[in-house]
Design a protein around this ligand. Structure first.
Ligand code: SF4
Length: 147
């Protein structure tokens, strides 16, 4: 799988809100987890999220649920690590934090969020969001040229 694995992510084709279950509903969490289990890039997703999972992630990622409290986070993190290690492909080195932020921004763009809203949510500058959006556009353009 290449760095362009996100184009195969199942969550791009469904309502993104499904991955942020309201009220920590177990039924809603299981529904999102079931979607992740069908995703062909679950291993790549787990690797991307792994480094941030202990502190900065909320919602369902790679089939694991990270709530708003610390409860269950260690278990979810261990399972996430197991998913990430479930392939023989070497773990990609690089800026995992940036790539996670790019994935979050892509989701927020699909929800219609503005740059200031994203900057506030992700606790980065608006300038950083603009740079990230430019990178996302550049990657999308590269993908369309390649296909
Ligand atoms: S495994 Fe990751 S990329 Fe795939 S649907 Fe779940 S959150 Fe999205």
């Amino acid at each position: 799988m290449t760095a362009d694995w996100r184009v195969s992510a199942v969550c791009r084709t469904v309502d993104p809100e499904l991955f942020f279950p309201p009220g920590e509903s177990s039924t809603a969490i299981q529904k999102a987890q079931a979607i992740c289990r069908t995703c062909p890039v679950i291993v790549e997703c787990a690797r991307e999220v792994l480094d941030m999972a202990r502190s900065g992630v909320h919602g369902v990622w790679a089939g694991q649920y990270f709530g708003t409290t610390t409860q269950g986070r260690d278990t979810a993190h261990e399972r996430l690590a197991a998913v990430a290690d479930s392939s023989t492909t070497p773990r990609r080195k690089g800026d995992a934090e940036r790539d996670l932020r790019l994935a979050q921004i892509e989701r927020m763009i699909s929800w219609g969020w503005t740059t200031p809203e994203m900057a506030e949510e992700l606790k980065v500058s608006k300038r950083q969001i603009e740079r990230d959006r430019a990178l996302i556009r550049w990657r999308a353009g590269r993908e369309s040229v390649a296909s």
